[in-house]
Ligand binder design. Structure first.
Ligand SMILES: [Zn+2]
Length: 80
């Protein structure tokens, strides 16, 4: 699995909606990729904050925004 794939699956990974195979791939990638662990951490914190504010989750719209921003950050970093 590559970073951009992981970012695509991240939301489902956090929600534990991934197939077992994909989840294992994601875990394998997270074990070796520092960037993705940071992204996972940030995303989980964001979801936690949303839930603390009495929301059940990040609305799909906001999620899309978040993930496209994360993907931009990845691409910028990979270009370095
Ligand atoms: Zn990665």
């Amino acid at each position: 699995m590559k970073c951009d794939e992981l970012v695509n699956y991240l939301s489902d990974y956090i929600d534990q909606n991934l197939d077992e195979d994909l989840r294992e791939d994601a875990q394998e990638h997270l074990a070796t990729c520092h960037n993705c662990r940071v992204v996972l951490d940030t995303t989980q914190k964001m979801i936690f904050l949303y839930r603390q504010n009495g929301r059940r989750g990040i609305p799909a719209e906001r999620r899309g925004e978040l993930f496209s921003r994360l993907q931009d950050a990845f691409q910028a970093r990979q270009g370095e």
